[in-house]
Design a binder for this molecule. Structure first.
Ligand code: RP5
Length: 165
């Protein structure tokens, strides 16, 4: 984002109102130094642009799509239907139904069209999962992921030390 380097990940969302959740995916990608782009692509309000986006993503050099949407959350599944790229779906919680509608809309894909669905509001994990997909076969990124995992373990150790201080 904001760089001339080719984005490897596309972070898309059904509305700019999803950004408060999806910003965590962008932050995780930044943590791992992964170039990415961010855009609003509505499955319902701009359906034809959404199809074109999905069809053209791989050709533009995108390697993973992270798609977040709320309510009738068709964006991740529809993108997965028009690309062979891995698609990670983020159920965005809205004020009604607590995101269960978003989760079920995204997770219940028919066989043959997978969407790797993270938890409701789980955009950070979507970013980390994208890093893991890109890290397979990339020793430098794999090391960053291992360092991050070690930092989480150290955080638990610190909490235990604080509890027993
Ligand atoms: C979905 O409708 C979007 O992903 C968003 O979560 C929800 C509400 O959109 P807005 O009415 O806030 O634009 O398509």
């Amino acid at each position: 984002m904001g760089s001339v380097t080719q984005p490897q990940v596309a972070v898309v969302m059904g509305s700019d109102s999803d950004w408060k959740v999806m910003v965590d995916a962008s932050a995780a990608l930044k943590d791992f130094g992964i170039e990415h782009e961010v855009s609003v692509v509505s499955a319902h309000r701009s359906a034809e642009k959404m199809i074109a986006f999905g069809k053209e993503a791989a050709g533009r050099g995108i390697r993973v799509i992270i798609a977040g949407a709320g309510g009738a959350a068709h964006l991740p599944g529809m993108l997965a239907s028009v690309t062979t790229l891995p698609v990670i779906g983020v159920p965005v919680p809205l004020s009604r139904l607590d995101g269960m509608d978003s989760l079920l809309s995204i997770v219940q894909m028919p066989a043959g069209i997978p969407v790797a669905t993270v938890s409701i509001g789980g955009a950070r994990n979507a970013g980390i999962l994208a890093a893991r997909i890109l890290g397979s076969g990339d020793p430098e990124l794999t090391q960053k992921l291992a360092d991050y995992a070690a930092s989480l373990e150290a955080m638990v150790d610190d909490k235990n030390a604080a509890l027993n201080a």
